[in-house]
Write a protein that binds this ligand. Sequence first.
Ligand SMILES: Cc1cc2nc3c(=O)[nH]c(=O)nc-3n(C[C@H](O)[C@H](O)[C@H](O)COP(=O)(O)OP(=O)(O)OC[C@H]3O[C@@H](n4cnc5c(N)ncnc54)[C@H](O)[C@@H]3O)c2cc1C
Length: 401
Amino acid sequence: MEESSYEYFDVCIVGASIAGNYLSFLLSTSNLRIVVLEDHREIGLPFQCAGIISQKLSQLIKLPKGIVLNQVITAKIVSSSGKFIKLSGDEHPYIVDRVALDRLYYDKNQRNTKVTYYLGEKYKSFEYQIDNDKKYVLIETSKRKIKSNLLVGCDGPLSSVGKQLKVKNDVLYATQIRIKAHFSEDEAAMYFDPQWKQLFGWIVPEGNLIFRIGIAAANNVNECFKRFLEELNIDINNKIDQQGGIIPYGIMNHIAFDNIVLLGDAAGQVKATTGGGIIMLLTAAKYASRCVNLCFKNNNFSKKAIKKYYEKPCSQTIGRELKLHYLIRLILEKFKDKDFVIFFKIIKENRIEHLITLYGDMDFPKALIIKLLRKRTVLSFVLKFLVKNPVIIFKILKLLF
Ligand SMILES: Cc1cc2nc3c(=O)[nH]c(=O)nc-3n(C[C@H](O)[C@H](O)[C@H](O)COP(=O)(O)OP(=O)(O)OC[C@H]3O[C@@H](n4cnc5c(N)ncnc54)[C@H](O)[C@@H]3O)c2cc1C
């Protein structure tokens, strides 16, 4: 390929959803030439999110008016037989306008001439090129060829960048409707059931009596959703609109390669307990931005450097918490209705709600888990449960070693 047939950018980001837009915004002050490739023509569409995000969002980014549509104060956890517990604490998660959130940093980036967006353009593949002893990535899109020092895959759960690096996410399939209904406006509900054991069914109040009702499962998601709506007595024909989507399931992947970084859903930075990825990816994007700047400062784009500046800090922070989310998920997947009933009873009888109020954190559960396991009743319940389900112990050991 002729050298002149390539456009040159310092950084090429694939995907202009929340991860790609936020990272390019963070990098926009660094004087680097950045290109963002997005397959879709419109940012934020199709809308595919329940949009429930902890209040940490406003610590991580400056939230303009209009993004937060509602806040919930109670989480209702419902077992398959309809038994439930309601929990509330200091955390009042936001319900956000996800399309507006995706557009927030895209709009800001439009004011910066160093950031170029190519919309309606698909990333296809990359190859390495050595030029004057320096390694570059040559990127092929549906419309052009790009040469870059760094390629960042923010291209979601089925990442094409990741695929070429042999990084693959296990995934869940999700479906959701928005509908006018009469549930509680300040309560988010999670419905657990063996048929959709890899996550749960949800009711999230958007505000103005509009609810986002959805489900995610590894198989038969449409069948599960039909059953879920029947249980809720909801007629799908009254929906305002319907969304689908894919959620990575597991723990964080390898995210550092020579001249290449993976971020967001592409990196598996998603909580296995809830399918939520936004707090994790915003946290990781800050490490990624620092890493990119250090790579340029040191003129070193090797896997070793990217591991040191990006993968290691991610692993030591969100990576550990994501493992914990996955361990909790492994346990929840084996929960039978009677286990939920016993667990609800333990929480109520031992006044564990106050621990949840003090230490409960939707994103970083470590502190709460440690406090809970110090309660004899909880520890004995978990140990008995693990003895009855030794397969979980093997999975935990595999994860740790
Ligand atoms: C139904 C559903 C509900 C969810 N609810 C919540 C929630 O309540 N709270 C929460 O925190 N998280 C939630 N999530 C997860 C959250 O939406 C993701 O973690 C988040 O969107 C990940 O952002 P991202 O930028 O990494 O990837 P994505 O949002 O998946 O964006 C990837 C982008 O890359 C583009 N792209 C892909 N391939 C290419 C290519 N080859 N070339 C060019 N562009 C490409 C895509 O078009 C897309 O714009 C939910 C997810 C789903 C599916």
